[in-house]
Design a binder for this molecule. Sequence first.
Ligand SMILES: NC(=O)C1=CN([C@@H]2O[C@H](COP(=O)(O)OP(=O)(O)OC[C@H]3O[C@@H](n4cnc5c(N)ncnc54)[C@H](OP(=O)(O)O)[C@@H]3O)[C@@H](O)[C@H]2O)C=CC1
Ligand SMILES: CC(=O)C(=O)O
Ligand SMILES: [Mg+2]
Length: 412
Amino acid sequence: MDTNELMKEALAYHAEGGPGKIEIRPTKPDATQYDLSLAYSPGVAAPCLAIADDPAKAYDYTIKGNLVAVITNGTAVLGLGDIGPLAAKPVMEGKCMLFKHFSGINAFDIEIDTTDPEEFIAAVKRIAPTFGGINLEDIKAPECFEIERRLVEELDIPVMHDDQHGTAIIASAALINAMYLSGKRIDEAQIVVNGAGAAAIACARMFLALGARRDQITMCDSRGVVTTRRTDLNPVKREFATSRPVTTLREALVGADVFLGVSTAGVLDADMVRSMAGNPLVMALANPDPEISYDEAKAARPDVIVATGRTDYPNQVNNVLGFPYIFRGALDVRARKINETMKLAAAHALAELAREEVPAELAAAFGVDRLEFGPDYLIPKLTDPRLLGRVAPAVARAAVESGVAQRRPDIE
Ligand SMILES: NC(=O)C1=CN([C@@H]2O[C@H](COP(=O)(O)OP(=O)(O)OC[C@H]3O[C@@H](n4cnc5c(N)ncnc54)[C@H](OP(=O)(O)O)[C@@H]3O)[C@@H](O)[C@H]2O)C=CC1
Ligand SMILES: CC(=O)C(=O)O
Ligand SMILES: [Mg+2]
């Protein structure tokens, strides 16, 4: 469908049947005077007093344990940039809808009107008692790193910046499987990361955890390659500064095995893709428009494996494949945090699921007879009903094994 037409339909979708994409509804009987005397005064005093006596009872008598806040300040909304907290709200409502749809987690969005990290941290800390977990979204780098670090450290519920770790987990799953398909090794791969913000830094760190070599990662920001010669780098960019004698993305890509784009639309061209090594992986993940379109990248050379963040092409590398299940696993075992072990478990669970046989109904839903692990089916489809049963338990198990779980539903 033509993009203008799609945008028109998207506006109608958001407006019709009541504005927005989510609502709140009661879950207990509320029809009679007696129901209301239990739900509200005087009965509600009983759970209040129980929680005052033992805060853990909030998980028995309130929605807390299955409620996540999706919180932003609107400073890096998709690839649209700093459009502010109110304009970010449709994306945040969308994340809430996806939480509920894919993992049964209730979520609502909170848009905080500040660009000051301290004010943001203080606001999130003050509302944290309401929630079982906090999904930070679309907060720009480098502030997002300190915001997340502080909130993880200072709160006792799982906090995850989705653009960092959700993205890193899915990109890692795609990388694992692309290496498997091309017969290459992660520790030998030349990787070029375009973007040096939230998603880029977290992806690069996770690639290191998977075995990539720091001296084989080249990162670029809006000014070109992040090199040790530059004097304008913040500390997180410095972590990936290269001494390679290259200054542009075009130079950096010659002979590269992997391109990861988490930057902005249209910065990769067919010649750059052609200059890469054999069987390259191109992950062009900028939303809504990727660094290069799926079709243009595929047309550049026959051996390329292409992923984008979009639903309308094969290989959707998008954090929606992660956050519903990561939080599901974390909430199920009441994990205090989402740690590296849990993230790696999620990435491997996703990669393994893609290598299994695909149910015929799922293939049919995508209008094809068969879906089979290969260059155009690198990671699971986001509507794969097996995701919940695979990724969430893998995350929960990793939480238990790494000592951050506060309950073991399997043995209770
Ligand atoms: N598919 C998915 O699941 C996800 C996709 N994304 C996409 O990734 C992109 C970045 O998101 P996020 O990391 O949250 O945002 P940030 O604002 O944290 O980072 C954006 C980064 O992109 C860099 N950049 C901007 N223009 C260019 C350019 N022309 N060439 C190279 N680098 C450039 C910026 O450079 P500088 O530092 O110089 O300003 C910055 O480092 C967005 O398009 C977003 O939609 C993000 C998360 C998930
Ligand atoms: C997918 C997502 O979170 C983003 O593009 O920002
Ligand atoms: Mg995002």
